[in-house]
Design a protein around this ligand. Sequence first.
Ligand code: AMP
Ligand code: TRP
Length: 335
Amino acid sequence: MEKPTNRVFSGVQPTGNLHLGNYLGAIRNFVGLQDTHECLYCVVDMHAITVWQDPKELTANTREVAAAYIASGINPETHIIFNQSKVTAHAELAWILNCVARIGWLNRMTQFKDKAGKDREKASVGLYAYPVLMAADILAYRATHVPVGEDQKQHLELARDTAQKFNNDFEAEDFFPLPEPLIMGAATRVMSLRDGTKKMSKSDPSAYSRITLSDNADEIAQKIRKARTDPEPLPEVKDGLAERPEAANLVNIYAALSDTTTEQVLKEFGGKMFSEFKPALADLAVDKLSPITGEMKHLLADPAYIDGELEKGAERARAIADPVLKRVKEIVGFI
Ligand code: AMP
Ligand code: TRP
């Protein structure tokens, strides 16, 4: 069985409110990898249901993520986009890997602690096992590279440990490659516009905390205008952002959207006040995001097209994952 050397896999959950963090931390980087890698981009609906999802909204949100992929520039003909639940290999491999990964590893996952909150007893079993399903997503394709935002680093380490333990336990040498995280760009962790110490998130109760991929130009500009800042001018060098999380966040967003570095942005705006920087950032954000949000609206008007692309993608994904799963079953000793 041939071993891939440049296969990319990543996923986004269809849980609504797709935001600038999802775009800059993940989706935008997915687009750039298409020239050099064989890419699979998944809408991870099975991950989404680890917390309650209204079924109708889940369907709509699945199409929304698929539309965001295509509108951002992922080509569903030359690469693969699909939704996870259509390819049964993910669930089957996840079970086998549940028997490889250790409880101690899962107990260290900070995202579970955050999402489960105080009443951990009431969290779903799926939420706890979530990182093992993520490992299965990646390993079912023997993917070598995984572009994600910084918050997924710990999950990627668990995927590597699981691959390594499987290889060792079954003397399968290097059957599973150890997937490498690709954490790219100037905004690998976009923060809330209301609180620079909190991650921008789909579930923040304040709509002003995030710019979403369904906001129109006015909403984008207004959210940036209202973003929390401090009264100081922007510093000339990066060190000056150390104790200023809100300022750092806006500068990093500017750098990522304009494909440059934080240092470069400070060269241009160092010494200037937010009253000057914010309108420039708003213009840039509208300029970069509105073609995407416009195209998403256009695509979402034709759900049958999106469903068709997801179905074709799933078929091609199965053609890769099914033989891997078959081999895994042989290695484990299933007949
Ligand atoms: P999720 O919405 O949790 O499925 O995340 C999808 C992708 O977006 C993952 O690669 C995350 O790491 C990334 N992501 C989510 N929130 C942020 C954020 N605030 N900043 C940067 N990347 C993020
Ligand atoms: N856990 C990821 C997130 O919330 C989504 C995800 C699921 C994923 N499976 C994956 C990301 C596989 C990369 C590879 O952001």
